[in-house]
Design a protein. Structure first.
Length: 145
């Protein structure tokens, strides 16, 4: 007898995919903090495309973002034991940050949140990739609450 998929199965699958994507993005930030320009040819191209400035953020800034992303991924995956109310609160904060970033990017206003993030390459990628990704991740995080 086959079992029918439930909304819990769907939420678990969404949570797993959300946690995976958050982790991959965290690993990119670690690589950038350690000096990599992947997937770009140079650090200058990385800065222009990912930050919209002439310089890549500091190692500390990259690692701080990576840490926040790993924490969000662990919370989404339920890998961190904590009281349900605290977990829900932390996930609401993560979802709010991602929604704020996604809406700002969709409106072409990321520079309000990150001054100087206004190069044409960044703005194009922000509207086409980063903002929609942030909104998708926010929905995935919210669904895992």
């Amino acid at each position: 007898m086959t079992r029918r998929a439930t909304s819990e199965d769907s939420a678990a699958a969404t949570g797993g995919l959300t946690a995976l994507v958050l982790t991959v993005i965290a690993l990119l930030h670690v690589a950038w903090g350690l000096g990599s320009s992947f997937p770009f040819r140079s650090r200058t191209e990385l800065a222009d495309s990912v930050v919209g400035t002439e310089e890549v953020p500091t190692r500390g800034a990259c690692l701080a973002v990576a840490s926040a992303l790993v924490l969000a991924a662990a919370l989404v995956a339920r890998a961190v034991p904590m009281p349900k109310a605290l977990r829900a609160f932390a996930l609401r904060i993560a979802a709010s940050v991602l929604v704020t970033r996604g809406v700002a990017g969709a409106m072409g206003r990321t520079a309000v949140l990150s001054p100087g993030s206004d190069s044409p390459a960044f703005q194009r990628l922000d509207k086409r990739l980063y903002a929609p990704l942030c909104l998708w991740l926010a929905a995935g995080v919210r669904r895992s609450i």
